[in-house]
Write a protein of this length. Structure first.
Length: 376
């Protein structure tokens, strides 16, 4: 664990908190979020750790849940006017096949879809048990220990050393999807840190200070936006004309509600000049494309303006000597009001069989996915 000083040592079973209470309820033995949050501001810390003792973790019948979010700015938010970084700790429920009970550390930058992170191994949880989750950061690495045993290590060097200075429990709630993980009780919060700059940016000129700039040329180490579940989106895995190979291509979530974001992930070898993610609505002629960063392995794509119904997605990489195309992947877009994926109000082009397919996908979850989504 990194060398640090104890900055917060907060037992929540006495009916109060040292942090700022933004809703929730104090119950026997601790504090339950109930849609609220606890926020802790602390000395900017380029290395350190926090430990959460909590009970009520259960992966059964839930979507995903964010236990905590670190910020390089104050107030557990993006409200300070600077471009801040964040680090999320989350768990996936068993409605995501292959991800039930897995935990994820995810780090990214405000206003950017470029993120790094990884998932732990799958495990079973019991709501009656009490666990301690410890997240540590030090330079270019973040780790998760569960009850004193290392569960996950993530390379975060892409962003350089970051000095965190606030913690929100849980995060703002907009990424804790229904069906939610209710009943989690936070019993104790410990934060260890100190000795850092307030902007958390990497030193780029070697003077030992922080320059307010980050690595933008792709020369850092990218650990990927999420674990690759080994789902092949139809990419040509043989030798490409330019040495480009799209080894895999996945989109999550599916189905998605209009207004949510897709998490698009890929594994690309070779040098690409452009990378385009395109979706076409089946039978309608409606098509839209989004340029993605070729040097990354994942990005977020908006679904605003898409009509409910069945869609097909492709990913095309283009380099100096040729191109590679992956897909198509079958996706479903749902109306957030009616929870309907039939596209009934979206105009012509959706037939009976497409309607049936959309409903089957929405109900059974027979989808290509790389894991639950992250922070936007």
């Amino acid at each position: 664990m990194p060398d640090c000083r104890i900055l917060v040592d907060d037992a929540l079973g006495d009916g109060g908190a040292d942090g700022r209470v933004e809703g929730g309820a104090f119950v026997a033995g601790g504090w339950r979020p109930d849609g609220g949050a606890l926020v802790y501001d602390f000395e900017a810390s380029p290395s350190g750790w926090y430990a959460l003792t909590l009970r009520g973790i259960d992966e059964a019948g839930v979507d995903e849940h964010d236990f905590a979010e670190l910020f390089t700015g104050p107030d557990g938010s993006f409200s300070d006017g600077n471009v801040d970084h964040f680090m999320l700790l989350k768990i996936a429920g068993d409605i995501h096949p292959g991800y039930a009970g897995r935990m994820k550390i995810e780090l990214g930058e405000e206003y950017s879809s470029d993120e790094v992170g990884d998932w732990s191994e799958e495990r079973d949880w019991s709501a009656g048990d009490t666990h301690t989750l410890t997240v540590a950061w030090d330079g270019g690495t973040a780790t998760l220990d569960v009850d004193g045993t290392r569960a996950l290590s993530v390379d975060t060097s892409r962003y350089g050393p970051l000095a965190y200075e606030s913690l929100r429990l849980p995060n703002d709630g907009s990424y804790n999807r229904d069906p939610r993980l209710d009943g989690v009780v936070y019993e104790h919060v410990t934060i260890c840190g100190g000795g850092g700059e307030t902007d958390g940016d990497a030193d780029t000129d070697g003077d030992g200070g922080t320059d307010g700039s980050t690595d933008t040329d792709g020369g850092g180490t990218d650990s990927g936006g999420s674990a690759d579940a080994g789902v092949d989106g139809g990419a040509d895995t043989g030798p490409g004309a330019s040495g480009l190979v799209l080894v895999s291509f996945s989109v999550w979530p599916d189905p998605v509600y209009v207004g949510e974001r897709w998490e698009v992930t890929w594994d690309l070898t070779g040098d690409a000049d452009t990378l385009d993610f395109c979706v076409a609505r089946d039978g309608s002629g409606q098509r839209t494309c989004t340029a993605l960063p070729p040097a990354s392995t994942g990005a977020r794509v908006d679904t605003d303006g898409l009509a409910p119904g069945a869609w097909s997605a492709t990913l095309q990489a283009t380099g100096a000597d040729g191109s590679e195309l992956a897909g198509p992947l079958a996706l479903t877009v749902l109306d957030p009001e009616t929870k309907d994926g039939c596209g009934c109000a979206a105009g012509p082009g959706v037939t009976g069989p497409v309607l049936a397919l959309a409903l089957v996908v929405a109900t059974l979850g027979t989808v290509r996915r790389v894991g639950p989504g992250g922070r936007s």
